[in-house]
Design a protein around this ligand. Structure first.
Ligand code: FAD
Length: 370
């Protein structure tokens, strides 16, 4: 590591958001240095479910629906553009999801959701119990209805993040190992970033794509973001059923393109603890076998836990910091960071060029002093 470097821009963090920002900047002729202390896609971005959906999530129904939709369109464009050249196929595919109801109240709630989805142009319907078993015979008895939504997409989040990092590198981005410990400013203007090994990088632009860890960096104000842990089990010997995503009571199962069945998840506040636990595995396994009993025969081959960066209002924090000119946040994408990564990248690139395409609801100024 050099003791002093200069860069057009520094991106801190090589998750999906940092890599997408780097790719966008590189395409705009800025050659950023991306600094990552673990590895590319080592944290949540490498172990997410990979769902891209606009019909549910924070700010839906509401202002985020349109932004999630826009970002899905950007994902499709990216995939089409790089399908031929990408080092790894990140397997973007359309998926059909079933949400189950085992009582009339839940069925009525699903019906209301579907009514709203249809009014927004999503392909969705409610089916009765008999039709549920025709679609997915492995589901336990006692299901009275389900919503069937054919509006979401999925990708492999590890391959996606690695691939866009490779594309960013090909266009002039440098990836460097390092732990950024401080932001340096002078007269309210960013001058550079300091690394734990004592080196510094002088730069007029720093983008914090640090997931839930932003508050560890000195020289900026702590963001109102919490790490919310989740976990995914990968199962083998799960039979041949389950071609759709099936959700019930907060759990989800679905078969991935390699044939393995994935199951998730929970939203637990365990601080920065990223370890897989027996408690987590049991919680998910009991949850999914409660509605797909045949999965009791399946074998858990892998379980992965990671931390979502969740802001107190559940919405991303994207935009300039009030600490000093040149510092930008690209944080807090919560449960939607894979989905939002290309859109956040565009918002950041526009902001750097003094154009504002990012909506007010994601701006850092909605919180005081950050
Ligand atoms: C179980 C689970 C399932 C999920 N499913 C989905 C899904 O289906 N769809 C979806 O869109 N999202 C999903 N998410 C959310 C998604 O994973 C996150 O929103 C997204 O990965 C966040 O990306 P990021 O780049 O902001 O953060 P991260 O992936 O956490 O990357 C941040 C990087 O910054 C690095 N870093 C931090 N501080 C420093 C520093 N000081 N110096 C150097 N490097 C630093 C870290 O090492 C890390 O690698 C899921 C999350 C979980 C936990």
């Amino acid at each position: 590591m050099h003791s002093r470097l200069t860069a057009d821009a520094v991106v801190i963090g090589a998750g999906a958001v940092g890599c997408a920002v780097a790719l966008r900047l590189a395409r705009n002729g800025i050659s950023p240095i991306v600094i990552e202390r673990d590895d590319i896609a080592f944290n949540a971005s490498g172990y997410a479910w990979g769902g891209l959906s606009a019909h549910f999530g924070s700010g839906v129904p509401g202002p985020m629906t349109e932004h999630y939709r826009t970002s899905i369109a950007k994902h499709i464009e990216l995939y089409d553009e790089f399908a031929e050249t990408a080092a790894i196929d990140w397997q973007l595919q359309k998926v059909t999801s079933l949400s189950l109801a085992d009582d009339e109240n839940t069925a009525a709630e699903l019906a209301k959701d579907v009514e709203w989805m249809r009014s927004e142009g999503f392909v969705a319907e409610v089916i009765d119990g008999n039709d549920v078993y025709r679609l997915e015979p492995a589901i336990r008895e006692g299901i009275v209805a389900a919503s069937v939504v054919n509006a979401g997409w999925e990708l492999d989040s590890y391959s996606y993040t690695k691939s866009i990092a490779t594309e960013a590198e090909r266009r002039g981005t440098t990836f460097t190992d390092g732990n950024v410990v401080a932001i340096h400013t002078k007269s309210d203007i960013l001058t550079g970033v300091a690394l734990a090994d004592g080196s510094t990088i002088s730069t007029p632009i720093a983008i914090l794509a640090t997931g839930p860890w932003t508050s560890e960096i000195q020289g900026i104000t702590a963001l109102p973001i919490k790490p919310i842990k989740g976990e995914i089990l990968r199962l083998s010997r799960a039979g041949n059923d389950l071609q759709k995503r099936v959700g019930f009571d907060g759990f989800n199962v679905g078969r991935k393109p390699d044939g393995s069945v994935w199951a998730g998840t929970y939203e637990w506040d365990r601080g920065f603890n990223r370890k897989v636990t027996e408690e987590g595995r049991q919680h998910i396994f009991n949850g999914i076998t409660g509605y797909i009993p045949s999965l009791k025969e399946a074998v858990i081959t892998t379980s992965t836990a990671c931390l979502r960066p969740v802001a107190t209002d559940g919405l991303p924090i994207v935009g300039p910091s009030s600490v000093a000119q040149g510092i930008f946040y690209a944080n807090g994408a919560g449960k939607k960071g894979i989905l939002l990564s290309p859109l956040i990248a565009d918002w950041i690139a526009d902001l750097i060029h003094d154009e504002i395409s990012a909506p007010k609801i994601v701006s850092a100024t909605r919180f005081l002093d950050i």
